[in-house]
Design a binder for this molecule. Structure first.
Ligand code: GLY
Ligand code: MN
Ligand code: MN
Length: 445
């Protein structure tokens, strides 16, 4: 019998893309313009390319899936406020690349007001941007900046004949990223699905794990599930670290054998319609926690559960992180990995030796999603529609001054959490994290 296929959520529709563009324009001056390029294809080697992945910003505003496109937003323009330039139709090349939408397809399928193929770009761009006082663009994108400068220079050279070059360029990112930080219902449905697919993949890896396999066998299980459920693949490089490899935060080799008596840490998430899942689970290779492993695991788990419970409107990521630091520090003192009083160890931040990263990041189209973390120098209050991870961990070095049973153990537990009006929703609840639940799932190996 074929494994289950989860029902797919609806894609974001054109009404929503239109509303996003309108909301962005409403936040910008009426005589400004937005200029935003798509992602480009990237060479992998010689004439092969990496699979194309649209830029998150561009996708957010258009849903348009091709490279070599450029979006202009022109508030108040009578002939249409959203104008797309895209790859030319070219039947000979489409034999190799597959069909391109072309200008007609872009308007028909994606609801842009107007579209032109790239062959017309140079001739039309100046006319479209003439008289726009400020051009908003991603200032960290050298190509976008060069394009804007070229337009400005050409218009400036014709100023005596009445052309009106822009007065300046401004960064689009703060405006667009503030908008992306608050997820719509359609986005939450996609994130929920990315979370559900990722959870299923983790369960599958837990069931298969056993001594004698290698880390990459679990990676293969995870990534099979991502594709089986219609995801594009992993949302970031999957981490499968057995034993002390779990202490390497960005371990991606996934090439070592899985050994009896060791834990394995998996940090992996599916990408679905460009939205990311991001889950970490740590479990025993042979299905039963050892005593020291379990003691350390319970410290991380208690901190993680308390942090998840603290997610609600008005809470801050700084306060949630401080709670985690306190819980982990107290736990390490209890287990004899830190000495002295809690207050002194909090003061000297001793936990950083075992917990060097922060507890949360935003999650969305990007795994480390956009949006400011601070407002006026302070950690900003959470609000409904924000989505974040909660991922405390402890990574114990194999050094001599650590009590032997704890040496070389790495543990992280990570869930994806949406802030709701009432509190929060855990998007990745469908994979066990309590010791008894993990052991029960693995007992049937
Ligand atoms: N997988 C990346 C992270 O957890 O932040
Ligand atoms: Mn994460
Ligand atoms: Mn992660």
């Amino acid at each position: 019998m074929l494994p289950d296929r989860l029902p797919r959520p609806a894609p974001v529709d054109n009404t929503e893309y239109r509303a996003r563009r309108a909301a962005l324009m409403a936040a910008l001056p009426a005589d400004s313009a937005v200029l935003l390029p798509s992602a480009a294809l990237v060479t992998r080697s010689r004439d092969s390319e990496f699979p194309f992945r649209q830029s998150s910003d561009f996708h957010y505003l258009t849903g348009f899936p091709e490279p070599d496109a450029l979006l202009l937003l022109l508030p108040g323009r009578a002939e249409g406020e959203s104008v797309l330039f895209c790859q030319d139709r070219n039947p000979a090349r489409e034999t190799w690349t597959g069909i391109r939408l072309g200008a007609e397809g872009a308007v028909r399928e994606h609801g842009l007001d107007q579209a032109f193929e790239n062959a017309e770009r140079e001739a039309r761009l100046d006319e479209l941007l003439d008289g726009r006082s400020i051009l908003y663009l991603p200032l960290d994108d050298g190509d976008a900046l060069a394009l804007a400068q070229a337009v400005r220079d050409r218009l400036a050279s014709r100023a005596r004949r009445g052309a009106r070059p822009p007065h300046g360029f401004a960064d689009l990112a703060p405006h667009l990223h503030e908008q992306r930080l608050i997820k719509s219902e359609a986005e939450l449905a996609l994130l929920r699905h990315a979370g559900a697919v990722s959870a299923r993949a983790h369960r599958r890896a837990m069931r298969v794990a056993r001594p004698g396999l290698a880390e990459y066998h679990l990676q293969a299980e995870l990534e099979h599930e991502f594709r089986w459920q219609g995801g594009s693949g992993p949302a970031y490089a999957s981490i499968v670290g057995g034993g002390a490899n779990a202490c390497v935060l960005h371990y991606v080799e996934n090439s070592a054998p899985l050994r009896d008596g060791e834990l394995v840490l998996i940090d992996a998430g599916a990408e679905f319609d460009l939205y990311a899942g991001d889950i970490t689970r740590t479990f025993p290779v042979s299905g039963r926690f050892g005593e020291a492993q379990r003691a350390l695991y319970e410290v991380v788990l208690a901190a993680q559960e308390r942090a998840v419970a603290a997610v609600e409107p008005g809470a801050t990521l700084a306060a949630i992180h401080d709670g985690v630091v306190r819980d982990l520090t107290a736990g390490l003192i209890r287990l004899g990995l830190l000495e002295g009083e809690l207050a002194a160890r909090l003061d000297d931040e001793s936990v950083k030796r075992f917990y060097p990263h922060s507890t949360s990041h935003w999650l969305g189209l990007d795994v480390h999603d956009v949006g400011a973390y601070r407002r006026d120098g302070e950690s900003r209050p959470l609000a409904p529609g924000m989505v974040l991870t909660v991922e405390p961990g402890l990574y114990v070095p194999a050094d001599d001054d650590i009590p032997p049973p704890f040496r070389g153990i790495g543990i992280r537990i990570e869930d994806d959490v949406a802030v709701t009006a009432e509190g929060h929703e855990v998007l990745t609840a469908d994979v066990p994290k309590r010791v008894a639940e993990i052991e029960a799932l693995m007992v049937n190996q």
